[in-house]
Design a protein around this ligand. Structure first.
Ligand SMILES: [Zn+2]
Length: 172
């Protein structure tokens, strides 16, 4: 396993450069189990929550400003305060489990980092949700629509009768 000395992300031995860092830092092999490596990114309360959970599990952690803070992410201004959480390489698996346990990391290893792709995904899933109305909900909507239609029809009929009656009363 290799890691980037700047952002501390892990890479397979076959990789040569860090793809996270702007300048594509050369990767170095991990020789020491205590080498701090990247766990996940978080800010504010979430950062405190993750570090507290790690501490509860006796996993030492550190945080550093997010590696990509000056790249595309900074333009959106959404995660200026995001920090990379680092844990010793030997405790990485355990730290991941802790984060999965508190819902800070998705079980498949995907990080809850807000980047453009995540935002697109979120928008997509919102659209999906509105399109995928449950059958029960759909039936309810149909019934409500039918009732509303009847009510409107009644109002129109009664309204017409009332006006007709009024006219007849005036001229009859
Ligand atoms: Zn890097």
């Amino acid at each position: 396993m290799k890691y980037c000395k700047k952002c501390r992300r892990l890479y397979a031995d076959s990789e040569q450069n860090c793809t996270e860092c702007k300048k594509h830092y050369a990767l170095e092999p991990i020789e020491d189990d205590t080498t701090p490596v990247y766990l996940t990114s978080a800010s504010g309360f979430e950062l405190d929550r993750i570090q507290a959970a790690l501490e509860d599990s006796s996993i030492p952690s550190a945080s550093q400003p997010r590696a990509k803070a000056l790249s595309a992410d900074a333009v959106t201004g959404s995660d200026k305060t995001d920090r990379d959480i680092l844990v010793p390489y030997s405790a990485l698996d355990q730290a991941r489990d802790v984060c999965i346990g508190i819902g800070a990391i998705k079980p498949d290893g995907e990080e809850p980092v807000v980047d453009e792709k995540d935002i697109e995904d979120a928008v997509d899933s919102e659209i999906d949700e509105s399109q995928l109305i449950s059958p029960a909900k759909r039936t309810t909507i149909k019934i409500v629509s039918a009732i509303l239609l009847i009510v409107i029809a009644c109002l129109v009929i009664w309204g017409t009768d009332f006006i007709t009656g009024l006219i007849k009363g005036l001229f009859g």
